[in-house]
Design a protein around this ligand. Structure first.
Ligand code: ZN
Length: 690
């Protein structure tokens, strides 16, 4: 969940440790945890832990908790997001009320929000705020002009390595960060785009669910054209859908997108020959990439495919496609009819959400995204005391130390690889709470009464901020999540981690709870992020963040085999009769989960200094550790949303993440799990990886 959503208003799955509730969904509900630690009432002790650990730990909660009508899923992450959003609203409203006494940032925050909330003004303007963009699209007379408009729409809305956001609804997405093999220079990366639905599968899969969705999607495109006053909406919808289907056919799959070795570097002048079709000079100039000598092409098959379509498909189809995407992208800032129609498809049909969430929530999220670090600075000042920062830093230090001990103890790894792994671990940079330096928003103009314009200017401001990095030295301390984000992230190119302030709170981290609880929950989250540095992708980056193999051949073979075994384990989970998980698509996250839990367990045991933990609430310390872990993954999800996540998310659904406990030997001892219980794995089948 990041401000990368500036340019991606459609719901997509974001990464970090949590695949969070998408922008369409969240709503309002609070928890009141009167007691710290595990939730006994949320358990279902009638179920044997070895049969279904998730149901044993979370069954009571699952039965008692409905998914709120305006959400596609529900769990601790959504609850914490709701609580955080209320705090943000209070901060934003204070800014709005401060008037002339406010700081410049505060005034912008207040104006952005109050302008979005002025529904009457937005209603009275109708489609007029979007008219200049629609006129510009209508005036496209040739392929040169098409390339200019396509290029002018690119923004920094993808991130294949930190937030694993692999596509955009623009034709391409831009990411600016250091080169894969050159940590000393920033360069632009180009990724695939062009689809409004979440993934190529939605256009190409033959399951009845997807076939039905495609019908509804075409009706939705026509409805949006009609609302915007276009003639022949059905014919236009047909052209847009046909073009997007061709785009889907040239797109890389989710698994292909995850391959860090799939990217290539092309000189600017090579694009015309390697990806013929587009007027590249016009596109790159309009995109502000005129002086980039080399581009990293993340999708070396899709980029030529898209370029070819820009030449072969009728100009009118492209103009309809551009107009539809412009309307869709602006819909949240247009009159209610647009908001509702967009929700009907992307909220209801695509994610199963029953009700649109209240406007104040959407306004708070939009403001928090547009002015991310300005809002984040106030949030951190008020809600993240230095004591929390110090405690979280100490916990990270424990986990890093425990990981180093695990490396030392590995019997299969050679001393040479161990030394490199420890070098990487020893230079890991850990950001806790908020960045060392705050973003300067003085260049962003927020105009009262211009809701759509404010959104568009915020997008451009963010894009220019990213492009400016091409002229700056690499900043190894750059943050990729705002402090108010309930998530955490590993940054392979920076050999760094970010733990935003908003995730360092109960129920994940509770200063009132005991060590078993905090290590099972926050400890496992920290362990997960550290372990990403050593997952199937992270392990290919060295201590300097360079894509370089530091493994001996034998060690890497062993490591890969362990990953394959884990992929096979997750391939076996089948949430629907016609749909199983993809063990390779979710492999990095599953490695991080199991390695993170192992290291959190080690750190928990170390924290006891050899003494046995007390029995509390009838559970031993080890039992509470595993219960706390599985309760941090409690979740309910609508079927439509679950299908969407399986198609597009690098994370396995939460219940399977909870059940990765079956790979840890101490879990078997703690709960006396034996064959033929369903989750039982014979010792050789338990995958540790690290
Ligand atoms: Zn992760």
């Amino acid at each position: 969940m990041t401000d990368l959503k500036r340019c991606a208003p459609l719901p997509r799955v974001a990464a970090g440790i949590l695949a969070l509730v998408v922008a369409m969904a969240p709503a309002c509900r609070t928890t009141n945890s009167a007691t710290a630690g595990i939730d006994l009432a949320g358990m279902d002790k009638s179920i044997a832990p070895g049969e279904d650990f998730n149901a044993y730990v979370n069954g009571g909660w699952v039965k008692a908790t409905p998914i709120p009508a305006d959400k596609s899923s529900y769990g601790p992450d959504a609850i914490l997001e709701d609580e955080t959003r209320k705090r943000l609203l209070a901060l934003i409203e204070e800014s709005a009320k401060a008037g002339s006494a406010a700081s410049e940032d505060s005034r912008k925050i207040g104006d952005y929000y109050s302008t979005f909330m002025d529904e009457a003004a937005i209603e009275s303007k109708g489609i007029a705020p979007l008219k200049p963009e629609l006129d510009m699209i209508a005036a496209i007379a040739d392929r040169h002009a098409l390339a200019r408009v396509l290029g002018g729409q690119l923004c920094a809305d993808v991130d294949p390595l930190n937030n694993t956001n692999f596509e955009t609804e623009n034709l391409f997405g831009v990411w600016v960060v250091q080169g894969l093999t050159d940590p000393s220079h920033n360069m632009p990366y180009l990724l695939q785009g062009g689809l409004a639905m979440p993934d190529r599968d939605y256009y190409l899969s033959t399951t009845p669910h997807m076939v039905e969705l495609r019908k509804q999607y075409q009706a939705h495109i026509a409805a949006m054209f009609k609302l915007a006053g276009f003639a022949d909406p059905s014919a236009r919808a047909g052209r847009v859908f046909a073009l997007e289907t061709k785009i889907a056919k040239v797109h890389a799959t989710r698994v292909e997108s995850e391959d860090v070795n799939g990217a290539v570097e092309w000189k600017r002048g090579e694009l015309a020959a390697k990806a013929p079709g587009l007027d590249w000079a016009a596109l790159l100039e309009a995109a502000g990439l005129n002086d980039a000598p080399v581009l990293t092409i993340w999708h070396p098959k899709a980029v030529p495919g898209l370029s070819a379509l820009a030449a072969s498909e009728p100009l009118d189809a492209w103009k309809d496609w551009l107009a539809f995407h412009a309307i869709e992208g602006a819909a949240a800032f247009l009159p209610k009819a647009f908001v509702d129609e967009r929700f009907n498809f992307f909220g209801k049909s695509l994610s199963g959400v029953q009700e649109l969430r209240p406007r104040w929530q959407r306004g708070t999220d939009d403001t928090s995204a547009a002015l991310g670090e300005a809002v984040g600075k106030s949030y951190a000042q008020r809600y993240f005391p230095e004591t929390s920062k110090a405690k979280a830093q100490a916990m990270v230090a424990d986990l890093v130390q425990a990981f180093a001990k695990r490396i030392d103890a590995l019997t299969w790894m050679s001393p040479a690889t161990k030394a490199k792994a420890k070098d990487k671990l020893g230079t890991l940079k850990v950001g806790v709470g908020y960045p060392d330096r705050w973003r300067d928003y003085s260049g962003l103009s927020v105009v009262k009464g211009d809701a759509l314009g404010n959104e568009q200017r915020a997008e451009v401001f963010e894009y220019h901020h990213q492009l400016e990095k091409l002229r700056q030295p690499v900043d190894a301390g750059e943050w990729w999540m705002t402090p108010q984000t309930v998530n955490a992230v590993n940054l392979p190119l920076q050999n760094a981690l970010n733990f935003p302030a908003a995730i360092i709170q109960p129920p994940y981290f509770d200063p009132q709870a005991d060590a078993a609880h905090n290590y099972g929950s926050m400890g496992a989250i920290i362990g997960h992020e550290i372990s990403h540095s050593f997952d199937d992708q992270g392990s290919q980056f060295d201590a300097q963040g360079r894509l370089a193999n530091w493994w001996t051949k034998e060690d890497f073979e062993h490591f890969k085999a362990a990953g394959e075994a884990l992929a096979k384990q997750f391939d076996g989970y089948r949430p629907f009769p016609d749909l199983a998980l993809n063990g390779h698509q979710t492999l990095s996250e599953n490695i991080a989960d199991v390695a993170g839990l192992l290291v959190a367990y080690d750190a928990y045991r170390l924290s006891l200094h050899g003494k046995p933990d007390v029995v509390k609430d009838g559970f031993s310390g080890d039992q509470r550790f595993f219960i706390s872990f599985a309760q941090s993954w409690r979740s309910k999800m609508r079927d439509e949303e679950l299908r969407r996540r399986i198609a597009t998310d690098g994370h396995a659904p939460a219940q399977y993440r909870a059940e990765t406990v079956r790979n840890l030997d101490p879990w078997y001892d703690a709960f006396m799990v034996h064959p033929p219980e369903k989750l039982y794995l014979a010792p050789p089948d338990r995958v540790h990886v690290w």
